[in-house]
Every structure is written in structure tokens, then in C-alpha cells.
Design a protein around this ligand. Structure first.
Ligand code: NAD
Length: 476
């Protein structure tokens, strides 16, 4: 079989690339070892975790209602089978939809494991009937979109399903009485939030001195305060896990070495969320002349996602940080545009990041810490949500919206938000940064009242010292 484009991997990077290429008239083969489209994001990542975080949010809001507003719904009763079924239905609806869309676009989806034989051929492992006779496909161009897997360091990998990665945690085998989360990053805090709201006593151990170290500290502070309560003050920072071992049939014993916690403790379950490893082993990269991987396994490429083999591209988690579905999606589309010979660029400055905890944290463009580290001339303007009528009405005054502005050009170069819905609000900032907006463009845009979106405009007004609800005169 020969094709103009072979895409290896059917996640949000791979299927976006394959669909665009087909829409543009290319003949496309999409190889996906699992058969189902969606990748980690849809099948065992972003989407199922968001379904469970929705449930967590309703439970916590119901509790807040009772504590703060005098409205009581009683203790939640959780039917785990039904909850799991509903989450799985969300996945099957979406993966089924993608399969249908691939069919309509006449993309040949092959269920098999692809390996490069040379720069124009892949071999296919597997016995699915979708695999062509000869088990090989030759191609003009290839896009590697193989994604990543949860990192499971050897010391934690004790062959016991009580020690889970994110996939195991999303399977919701039970609601354990106690759970230790190793790693206070995106996954640990999102899944910790889910389990804690379902009734588990969650502890978090983090090697570094703070949670979510990639985010600005002022954004993390309100979240850390809330999690301290939700996790019952059991967040152990600057602490190393010494060992993990099986203790009887239903416990895992963990030893800690750190100022936050020392000694050992038993847990019903342990979630290991210490990062992800790119899937770049065993795909025959050694058969692609000049193609290199770095120490973490990311495939070297240029700004156009082209590897040392000019007809082979790499996108998404296999290409490098940030390992985010929306970055993969845009890279996939960019690679296809490059293959088609279109004039195209991909502006990396405006890739938003969202942590879907409660409150959510979101940022786009440069962070304050990056600006300080890299000596980027910047001014920071912040708007505390305590001044927002809508935040007051929601009882969520812990939020904060801030812009980073280049004081010379008055262009917005970064934005950070913490508060419920931050992940939605950051879209405005992403567009503003992408378009090279000046702060004035944001202040002159009429934002609906009363909304949390208004805080984007209000924070921008602070730059000129003219925000209506806060008194922060501009320094002369
Ligand atoms: P992460 O990089 O966000 O966090 C890992 C954390 O583990 C870090 O804080 C690190 O210091 C800590 N750590 C590492 N080794 C440790 C050890 N031995 N003991 C204790 N702590 C240790 O990684 P993650 O949470 O596993 O998520 C992986 C990737 O998946 C993220 O980088 C992100 O790109 C993606 N992701 C994104 C979202 C989202 O967009 N909302 C959600 C989940 C995952």
C-alpha cells in the first residue's frame, strides 16, 4: 500500500493532522495501535478526568452551599458503577464520533503498531484485518504523533495494582479510604481533587518546594490554601519517597525522607504522577538517517516540526514540552500546512496552560517567573477578584487576574488567572497575545457585566491606574 501521508498515532495531534490533510485532498493512512481514535487525551486523560472533576466540583459546591449559604443537600451517595459507566459513555461517544469522521473523510484507519523500515516505509505489527497484505505501507510524508505514557520510575513499579498511574486512577476501581499522590503537578492535583471529593483521605508528596512549579506562585497560593483544607493539611513538600512496597493484601507502605514528613506510612492506594515519557522507543527511529532523540526521548525537529529526514515530521508529546493536547493539535495542523507548501508559522508564545483544579489556574504567554528569569522587560498588573461583583456573588473572591505588559510597546505578553472558570477566561488572553494586542485594546473592549470575564478588562485598566473598583494610581 502506498499513501501520500501516513500519520502514526490517533490522538488529538494525529487525528487533527490526518483530518486536515484529508480535507485538503491528500490521501491519508492513520495508524493507531488501539484501533480507537482519541489517544491518551480522550481515552485516559483530559476528557475522563474532566468528567470526574465535574462530579468533584458539584460535590464541593454542595458542601459550600451548606457551610456558606445555609442550603443543605445532605451527604452525597456515590454509585461508583454508575459514575464509571457515565464517564465511559463520554469516552465512547467521542471516540465513536471521531471514527465516523475519519470514515467520512475516507481516511484509511489501520489498527497496528508502526515501525519505520526506512524514510519511506513503515512496517505494521498486529493481526487486525485493517492491516494491508505485506504488512507494509510506503509513504511520501510521515507524521510521528505517538504521544507519551505516564512515567513510572522503577522504584515505584512494584507490580501491584494498588500503585496506579493516571490510567489506573481514572479507572476508579474503588474509592479508597486513603491515597498517596506522588507528584504535585497537573495530574496529581487534578486526580487528588477527584478522589478527595469522592471521600478519600488524600495526601500529596512533592519533591520540590511548591506545588505546580511551572506556574507563578501568586496563582498557586489560593489553590494551595484550598487543597490544604481538602487534603487535610497532608501536602508534604521538599520530600522524597524512599521506597514503596506491598504491605499485606490491601495496603502499600511508603517511606518518606524530608522535612515535610519522615518515616513510613501505609496507604490503600498510591497514585504516581511524576511526569510523562514520550513514546519514541521501538518505532524504528534508528532506520531514519540523522534523526535524533534527546535525553528525555523527545525527537529533534526544526520550527516546522521537520526531523532530520525532510519528509518525516514529529508533533505533540513526542516532539517536546509542553505536553498538552491543544499544542499537539496545532502542531499537527502546522505540519500538514508545511507539507502542503502553505506559508505558515506556529506562534508558541500563546499556548495556554490550564490546571483544572478548583480553583482552576490558567496562563498564556510568558509567566512572571519566566520574565524575571530571562530578564524580559515587563510590568505586572493584577486585579483581585474580591473587587468583582460576580466573584462576590459566587463566593469565590480568592481569584486573581493579572497581565504582563511590555511597558515600552504596551503590548500584552502574558496573562495568569486563578479562580473558577480560569480555563475559559484565558482564551481572551491567548487571542490578545497572539494578535499582539496593546493593553488599551483590552480596556476598550466592552465586557459584559457582571461576569468574571470583566476581570480581564479591569486588570488591564490597572495598567493605566484607572480601574473603577480598585484604587491603584499609576506611579508617576
Ligand atoms: P508534572 O510534570 O505536571 O508534575 C510532576 C510533579 O512530580 C512535579 O512537580 C515534580 O517535581 C514531581 N516529582 C517528580 N518526581 C518525584 C518524586 N520522585 N517524588 C515526588 N515528586 C516528584 O507531571 P504530571 O502531573 O504527571 O503530568 C504529566 C503531563 O501531562 C504534564 O506535564 C502535562 O503536560 C500533562 N497534563 C496536562 C493536564 C492539563 O492540561 N490540565 C492535565 C494532566 C496532565
Amino acid at each position: 500500500m502506498h499513501t501520500q501521508l501516513v500519520v502514526i498515532g490517533g490522538g488529538p495531534g494525529g487525528y487533527a493532522a490526518a483530518f486536515l490533510a484529508a480535507d485538503e485532498g491528500m490521501d491519508v493512512v492513520l495508524v493507531e495501535a488501539e484501533g480507537k481514535l482519541g489517544g491518551t487525551c480522550l481515552l485516559r486523560g483530559c476528557i475522563p478526568s474532566k468528567a470526574l472533576l465535574h462530579v468533584a466540583r458539584v460535590v464541593s459546591e454542595a458542601e459550600e452551599m451548606q457551610a456558606d449559604w445555609g442550603v443543605s443537600f445532605g451527604e452525597p451517595k456515590i454509585e461508583l458503577d454508575k459514575l464509571r459507566e457515565r464517564k465511559n459513555k463520554v469516552i465512547s461517544n467521542l471516540t465513536g464520533g471521531l471514527g465516523g469522521l475519519a470514515k467520512k473523510r475516507k481516511i484509511k484507519v489501520v489498527k497496528g503498531f508502526a515501525k519505520f523500515v526506512d524514510a519511506n516505509t513503515i512496517s505494521l505489527e498486529g493481526d487486525d484485518e485493517s492491516i494491508p497484505a505485506g504488512k507494509q505501507v510506503t509513504f511520501d510524508n510521515a507524521i510521528i504523533a505517538t504521544g507519551s505514557v505516564p512515567a513510572m520510575p522503577g522504584a515505584f513499579n512494584i507490580g501491584n495494582d494498588r500503585v496506579m498511574d493516571s490510567t489506573g486512577a481514572l479507572n476508579l476501581a474503588d474509592i479508597p479510604e486513603t491515597m498517596l499522590v506522588i507528584g504535585g503537578g497537573y495530574i496529581g492535583l487534578e486526580m487528588g481533587t477527584v478522589y478527595a471529593n469522592l471521600g478519600t483521605k488524600v495526601s500529596v508528596v512533592e519533591l520540590q518546594g511548591g506545588l505546580l512549579m511551572g506556574a507563578d506562585r501568586d496563582l498557586v497560593k489560593p489553590l494551595a490554601k484550598k487543597l490544604d483544607k481538602l487534603f487535610e493539611k497532608r501536602i508534604f513538600l521538599n520530600t522524597k519517597v524512599g521506597s514503596v512496597s506491598k504491605a499485606g493484601d490491601d495496603k502499600v507502605e511508603v517511606t518518606f525522607e524530608g522535612p515535610g514528613k519522615f518515616g513510613s506510612e501505609k496507604f490503600d492506594r498510591v497514585l504516581v504522577s511524576v511526569g510523562r515519557w514520550p513514546n519514541t522507543k521501538n518505532i524504528g527511529l534508528e532506520n531514519l538517517p540523522g534523526v535524533e532523540v534527546d535525553g528525555r526521548g523527545f525527537i529533534a525537529h526544526n520550527d516546522d516540526l521537520r526531523t532530520a529526514c525532510p519528509n518525516v515530521f514529529v508533533i505533540g508529546d513526542a516532539a517536546g514540552e509542553p505536553m498538552l493536547a491543544h499544542k499537539a493539535n496545532h502542531e499537527g495542523r502546522h505540519a500538514v500546512e508545511v507539507i502542503l507548501g502553505h506559508a505558515t508559522t506556529f506562534d508558541r508564545q500563546a499556548i495556554p496552560a490550564v490546571v483544572f483544579t478548583d480553583p482552576e489556574i490558567a496562563w498564556a504567554g510568558i509567566t512572571e517567573e519566566e520574565a524575571k528569569r530571562d530578564g524580559v522587560n515587563h510590568e505586572v498588573v493584577t486585579y483581585p477578584w474580591a473587587a468583582s461583583g460576580r466573584a462576590q456573588a459566587l463566593g469565590r473572591t480568592e481569584g486573581l487576574t493579572k497581565w504582563l505588559v511590555d511597558p515600552e510597546s504596551e503590548r500584552v505578553i502574558g496573562c495568569g488567572i486563578v479562580g473558577p472558570g480560569a480555563g475559559e477566561l484565558v482564551a481572551e488572553a491567548t487571542l490578545a497575545i497572539e494578535m499582539g494586542c496593546e493593553v488599551r485594546d483590552i480596556t476598550e473592549t466592552v465586557h459584559a457585566h457582571p461576569t468574571l470575564g470583566e476581570t480581564m478588562m479591569n486588570a488591564a485598566e490597572v495598567f493605566y491606574g484607572t480601574a473603577t473598583e480598585v484604587y491603584k494610581p499609576k506611579k508617576k
